[in-house]
Design a protein around this ligand. Structure first.
Ligand SMILES: [Ca+2]
Length: 340
């Protein structure tokens, strides 16, 4: 622009000079010019040359300016286009982001739904079966549940006592199945689900991961019955030696499992009791032996009850003392919040 101004000024001066020259010779312009004197004509010629030069310079500058303007316009247009492209890219990115966001939300929703389905639809005990309208006591097969890590399992459900929904974890009634078994057998369970059996410490652990009630029903050889119920009952996993924790006794048989509270499980090949003696070997069963017993529900089945010589029978001290083996026992669990 400064260059442009300079050119304009120079051109202006040149024009002034030309005008002045013309003003000095007004007649020459009107009348047919006489042959000019050498000096004057030389000056005019030189000025004309200068004007021509300046004009061409101006024209050139004008063209340059025009081309500059054109290039600026082009640049602006290009920038504008780039801007629009970038805007488009941003819009695209935004829509992709929102699409991904939507997908994540859908996935979260699906996960939530499947989790809800698993916890509400899963059949993992007799209480769940009861709530699905299975109301007849008997043997049921619980399906394998990968979510809970539970294998397929046959269980016996008591759907009648005190509203039903009970999963049996133990039964003594026939007397032909030995309960003098090792750790692994007590861990996995043994016996016949319709007869005498131990469900298995792994299964009892899984069942009692939800807050559970334990109910023990007993019958003596005179046909009388008693029960003991614990409002809180849980068995630890194998790493914790299937430790027993229970509380809130109610019933009419006496609180003869309290003595075994907070003890580990022991078997004939694993002495986890709180005694110098090997209680499992002495009492011939697997149980939460302390030192050793106030009850021995997995003891030896003695027909007709009284066994004054031995203390290894199916005993419940709170009812018949240490020398009376019961005729029939059932241990069963159900969730604390169970609604018949
Ligand atoms: Ca011991």
């Amino acid at each position: 622009m400064t260059q442009m101004n300079l050119v304009m000024v120079t051109l202006g001066v040149a024009l002034l000079l030309v005008a002045e020259t013309w003003a000095q010779n007004p007649r020459k312009r009107l009348a047919p010019p006489k042959p000019p004197k050498g000096q004057c004509c030389d000056e005019v010629r030189s000025l004309k040359v200068q004007v021509a030069n300046l004009t061409s310079l101006l024209e050139e500058l004008g063209r340059k300016q025009e081309s500059d303007l054109m290039s600026i316009v082009r640049q602006i247009m290009e920038l504008d286009q780039q801007n629009r492209q970038q805007e488009a890219r941003v819009t695209e990115a935004e829509s992709k982001y929102s699409e991904i966001n939507n997908r994540v939300e859908i996935m979260q929703l699906q996960t939530l739904q499947s989790a809800t389905q698993t916890s509400s639809d899963a059949i993992y005990d007799c209480a769940s079966l009861y709530s699905k309208n299975y109301r007849i006591s008997g043997e049921y097969k619980l399906p394998k549940d990968e979510f809970l890590g539970a294998p397929e399992l046959s269980v016996y459900c008591d759907m009648e006592t005190q509203g039903g929904g009970w999963t049996l974890i133990q039964r003594r009634k026939v007397g032909l199945t030995s309960f003098n078994r090792d750790w692994k057998q007590y861990k996995n369970g043994f016996g016949s689900i319709r007869g005498d059996f131990w469900l298995g410490n792994d299964h009892i652990f899984r069942l009692t991961r939800q807050p559970s009630v334990l109910r023990i029903e007993m019958e003596d050889w005179q046909g009388e019955t008693r029960y003991a119920e614990y409002g809180y009952f849980t068995v630890g996993n194998e790493l914790n030696s299937f430790k027993l924790l229970l509380a809130n006794y109610s019933g009419n048989a006496g609180d003869s499992l309290r003595y075994h509270n907070n003890t580990n499980f022991s078997t004939n090949n694993k002495d986890n009791d709180k005694c110098v003696d090997h209680c499992a070997a002495l009492r011939k069963g697997g149980y939460w032996y302390n030192c050793c017993t106030d009850s021995n529900l997995n003891g030896v089945f003695y027909r007709y009850g009284a066994h004054t010589k031995n203390t290894d029978g199916i005993t419940w001290y709170g009812w018949h003392g240490p020398n009376y083996s019961l005729k029939r026992v059932e241990m069963k669990v159900r969730p604390v919040g169970f609604q018949p």
